[in-house]
Design a protein around this ligand. Structure first.
Ligand code: ZN
Ligand code: ZN
Length: 157
């Protein structure tokens, strides 16, 4: 998605709007490569002023993530809006490419600890059992989540 810089320079202060789909198959995020489901929808409104572009970008997309407790794959909807200024030294050529801003918006819109469901019970830190689907494995000393030893372990983690 691009903004026509020449047209914007010719009409300072006038808002220009673009919208469309951006194809971003994967998103690099904190060392992970996250799959994006479908295209990312983006729209932007911008104007040119004092050799800068003042911009508002909104992104909407769906991103595959591992649940932060049980690691199951989930699809997180991202809906993020940001306002920014693009400085003169970044405004070269006749177009302003918005893809980097769209990718950045998708990254910022991700939650830090995604959950497959609000009450996900996660993996037992002692025996590794997926507590959403099974009980503790034989030999696991953890009887319930309020076990003081588990609380101690959680503190250490
Ligand atoms: Zn989960
Ligand atoms: Zn266990």
């Amino acid at each position: 998605m691009k903004l026509d810089l020449e047209a914007m320079r010719a009409a300072p202060g006038r808002p220009f709007a673009v919208s469309g789909e951006e194809d971003i198959p994967t998103l690099d995020w904190r060392g992970e490569s996250l799959l994006v489901e479908g295209a990312v929808h983006a729209d932007a409104v911008a104007f040119y002023q004092e050799e800068r572009v003042v911009l508002r970008v909104r992104v909407q997309g769906r991103v595959h993530r591992p649940c932060s407790r049980c690691l199951v794959d989930l699809v997180e909807p991202v809906n993020y809006e940001d306002s920014l200024e693009v400085m003169p030294d970044e405004l070269v050529g006749s177009y302003l490419e918005l893809r980097p801003m769209i990718e950045a918006g998708m990254r910022i819109g991700l939650s830090l600890k995604p959950l497959c469901r609000p009450d996900c019970r996660g993996l037992c830190p002692t025996c590794g059992a997926d507590l959403n689907r099974e009980g503790h494995r034989p030999g696991c000393g953890t009887k319930e989540t309020r076990d003081p030893r588990l609380a101690k372990l959680k503190e250490l983690l």
